[in-house]
Ligand binder design. Sequence first.
Ligand code: PGA
Length: 247
Amino acid sequence: MRRKIAAGNWKMNGTSAALTELEALRALLPPDAPEVVICPPAPLLFRATETAGPIAIGAQDCHMQDAGAFTGDISAAMVADTGASYVIVGHSERRSAHEESNANVRDKAEAAWAAGLTAILCIGEALEDREADNTLDIIGGQLSGSLPDGVSATNTVIAYEPIWAIGTGKVPTLDQIIEVHDFIRARLITRFGQDIGDAIPLLYGGSVKPENAATIFRADNVDGALVGGASLKAADFAPIITALAKS
Ligand code: PGA
């Protein structure tokens, strides 16, 4: 049985007042809850780890270097120092707005591991790739370019997030999700062997809501979700967690 994970990415939303949502989420967790991760903005990490209880805390990015003259950046060791245990790397908003390459994302994943963090490594195709029928080529290229050797089932979670589905309310069909997740699983098994390849959790992300979560979780190789907008409010995220627990 693979780990099931419901991860929430708050993006650049929330000041300290938002920590009440973490407390509310704790109270709404089902007894058989899967692993739950919340990735708040970096200034909230310390306080979030203090209020999270059984909820794991993650950062939304880290730098690939340990330390140095990188104004505004935070290292993986700094993230770990807050008590966080996860870090998202290679989110499409970082890849596009901050021009992060596959090589950058690979270096960040390695930095995360070196600090003892689990990397939630994001990949996903743009709309024009999907329309040109290039989705699997793009996904295959991102996997080989941004996933370092040395992956394990505990140090890495992969999130498939079609860029056109993020924040848009558009969700791929279940068949489209299954096709990509099965492809990722096969690639992982080919590259890392049956045991590791089969054990790495694969999350779907992009407009996951309480209304569509149960359908998405029907796919065999969907082990959870990376949720943006619907993770901001405990009342929205809790039913997604419950749907995952029941899947
Ligand atoms: P969304 O974002 O759930 O708001 O579409 C997902 C993500 O970017 O991780």
